[in-house]
Design a binder for this molecule. Structure first.
Ligand code: SLL
Length: 145
């Protein structure tokens, strides 16, 4: 069904990272385990309209480009340094342009405590996806949530 709805519709998203300090340094000098992620603002299913997410990390890594096709849209690695991560969202509707978010991975601050009292570092950013003349079936999910 190729029917479209005229107009612009917005879905809020959150992207960012968490990082935990490792109890001891790994042989490759890695000091932290981190996860970079993107999710919908209200914890609704992003996969209703996102087909896949590509994460591009520092070229130091063996797999600098990783594609995640299912929720949760996230990758976890260990490392020692901070750098820019490119997060690219691909939509189910091929007519929707890809959305690129650039996130600066943080390991050192700001710091929070989780349910178990473990300290972690987190930084999250808010952004919005704008759907222009979406397919009816995409319109239905983005407006019914
Ligand atoms: C820079 N900010 O731009 C620094 C780079 C790279 C971090 C940080 C380990 C990767 C690996 C790691 O954390 N690299 O061992 O594969 O120069």
């Amino acid at each position: 069904n190729k029917e479209r709805v005229d107009g612009e519709f917005i879905k809020p998203i959150i992207y960012g990272n968490r990082a935990y300090r490792l109890p001891e340094k790994l042989p490759n000098n890695h000091t932290h385990r981190w996860t970079v992620y993107v999710r919908s603002y209200n914890n609704e299913k992003l996969s209703n309209y996102v087909r896949k997410v590509q994460f591009k990390i520092h070229s130091d890594y063996k797999n600098p480009i990783q594609v995640v096709e299912n929720e949760p849209f996230e990758i976890t690695e260990t490392g020692w340094g901070e750098f820019h991560v490119q997060i690219k969202l691909y939509f189910i509707d091929p007519m929707e342009r890809q959305v690129l978010c650039t996130h600066y991975l943080v390991l050192h601050q700001p710091e929070y405590s989780d349910e178990n009292g473990s300290k972690f570092v987190m930084k999250e950013c808010y952004d919005e996806i704008i759907f222009v003349n979406p397919l009816r079936k995409i319109y239905d999910v983005i407006t019914n949530e």
